[in-house]
Write a protein that binds this ligand. Structure first.
Ligand SMILES: Nc1ncnc2c1ncn2[C@@H]1O[C@H](COP(=O)(O)OP(=O)(O)OP(=O)(O)O)[C@@H](O)[C@H]1O
Ligand SMILES: [Mg+2]
Length: 267
């Protein structure tokens, strides 16, 4: 197993704004092993999406290096699949058409495309809806299609930016369990962003806590209860003493970072 599947060293990212140059990320260093479920948490504006977009190859870097499988990231690539907060499916394609779209663009033969789409739609529980158009699907189902679309490319890394935050609590829990199963079964490397500490703790093998101004890492937390082979249910995980300890710790860290960034409204 490659311990440095993703290796970020002394990364800095600048945005040009009307007020001048904004350093969105500064001095970011971490490594992600193959098959890890890494989650980024931290207050709004600390640079979580920016970091994810750097890994996707959408944002140029100002300093440092971002290496995936020994190669520097220089732009987007289908081997790094991205799932955003909103599903952004093509409205004129069916669920299956959406899943096949990227494969078609890569000139994968029709038969292979269909097989891939079938197995991915089955994996996310939407095979019966393969002929439905996005407007005929609920938000949660659309998000499932977008996950299937990303997985169909067999991405080496799945990058997910608050993928479940627009969903109701029940659908969210269901998709959390699905993505965790996918992670466990396929040894998929995942980088995930969330505001929700419980979600981070339920899913991740590593949690990076960030603070802002400039966006930086304050702590790396490693829950020991989320392993590939772990058979604990969400309920069991939530009542572990380690879960409760780490939950308190993370909430305190994020609250401190929030107060540092925005001040304490209760004062
Ligand atoms: N395209 C852009 N141009 C200029 N500034 C940007 C751009 N995108 C993000 N920023 C700034 O960079 C900083 C980090 O933004 P980013 O979206 O990465 O934060 P975030 O942690 O994802 O926040 P949230 O939790 O609200 O999604 C913020 O100060 C933001 O205003
Ligand atoms: Mg964001």
């Amino acid at each position: 197993m490659d311990k440095h599947f993703i290796k970020v060293e002394n990364l800095a990212v600048d945005y040009q704004t009307r007020q001048g140059t904004l350093r969105a990320l500064d001095n970011i260093s971490f490594s992600v092993a193959e098959g890890e479920f890494l989650t980024l948490v931290g207050p709004s504006g600390c640079g979580k999406s920016t970091l994810l977009r750097v890994l996707a190859g959408f944002v140029p870097i100002a300093a440092g290096s971002v290496i995936v499988k020994s190669e520097p990231v220089v732009g987007p690539h289908y081997s790094r699949g991205v799932v955003f907060q909103q599903a952004n499916l093509y409205p004129w394609f069916t669920a299956q058409g959406n899943v096949e779209f990227g494969l078609k663009a890569r000139k994968i033969a029709q038969q292979e495309r269909e097989q891939m789409a079938e197995s991915m739609l089955k994996l996310v529980g939407l095979w019966d809806f393969r002929n439905a158009f996005p407007y005929e699907l609920s938000g949660g189902m659309q998000q499932r299609v977008s996950i299937a679309r990303s997985l169909a490319n067999h991405p080496e890394i799945l990058l997910m930016d608050e993928p479940f935050s627009a969903l109701d609590e029940f659908t969210r829990t269901q998709l959390q369990e699905e993505i965790k199963t996918i992670w466990q079964k396929q040894n998929q490397t995942i980088v995930f962003v969330t505001h929700n500490v419980d979600e981070a703790l339920y899913l991740s093998s590593t949690i990076i806590v960030m603070a802002s101004k400039p966006g930086r890492i304050t702590e790396i937390v490693k829950p020991t209860f989320n392993q590939h082979e772990s058979a604990l249910t969400a309920r069991e995980v939530r009542s572990l003493p380690e879960f409760l300890d780490k939950r308190n710790h993370l909430i305190n860290l994020i609250e401190d970072a929030h107060i540092a960034a925005f001040g304490n409204e209760r004062q």
